[in-house]
Design a protein around this ligand. Structure first.
Ligand code: GRF
Length: 202
């Protein structure tokens, strides 16, 4: 059995899509959802989908090894960040090398880094006059949005678009691709250098 843990801080629509996609499959389970935000929509979604939830605070996450211990004791194979807002600490990255993935709502390496989250990303993309944006799924290292890119998909920005409409397009792209990429990662045990899925999911 392959076990996935999802970290999310917000609504959790990506988490729900991933859980829905994997639930019918043999040999894999989403074992837990972890969140730093006790008001996050993802908590209600996880409870409805019967996935255990673990809430934690900043000091537990950054100053203890409790979260690493829980993930190890649950024999987690892949950690999926889906709208998780905190930087992942070194001890967690080191405990799960090439086993933590994130989704970013833009085409990295542009429009990434600290402060580039949610609406800020889409506002920056539009302010820069870009004619396309998209999603980037990447491995997580200790710097925001700088880990190895696994997959990207793009969408066109038209003159009629606003940051809100772009956000909706990006969410559609995320829902269409993130579950498939997670599925591919969990069932294909390859070496780090073989994780080049770019373009394979269109
Ligand atoms: C997504 O746009 C993701 O790219 C970003 O946070 C958002 C999470 O959305 N990292 P949701 O909570 O899954 O709806």
């Amino acid at each position: 059995m392959k076990r996935i843990a999802i970290f999310a801080s917000g609504s959790g629509s990506n988490a729900e899509k991933i859980i829905d996609t994997l639930a019918p499959l043999a040999g894999v389970e989403v074992s837990m959802v972890l969140s730093n935000n006790y008001r996050a929509g993802v908590i209600e979604r996880a409870r409805r989908l019967k996935v255990p939830v673990l809430l934690f605070d900043r000091s537990t996450f950054y100053e203890t090894s409790k979260i690493v211990q829980v993930l190890q004791s649950q024999q987690i194979d892949l950690i999926v960040l889906a709208g998780f807002m905190w930087l992942v600490p070194a001890q967690l990255v080191d405990a799960f090398p090439s086993k933590i993935v994130n989704i970013h709502p833009a085409l990295l390496p542009k429009f990434g880094g600290k402060g580039m989250f949610g609406h800020h990303v889409h506002e920056a993309v539009m302010a820069a006059g870009e004619t396309e944006s998209g999603i980037t799924i990447h491995f997580v290292n200790q710097r925001y949005d700088e880990g190895q890119i696994i997959f990207q998909a793009s969408c066109v920005i038209t003159n009629a678009d606003t940051p809100d409409s772009l956000e909706a397009k990006i969410h559609d792209l995320e829902h269409a691709h993130y579950p498939a990429v997670v599925k591919q990662l969990i069932f294909n045990e390859t070496t780090d250098n073989e994780h080049h899925l770019q373009g394979d999911f269109s």
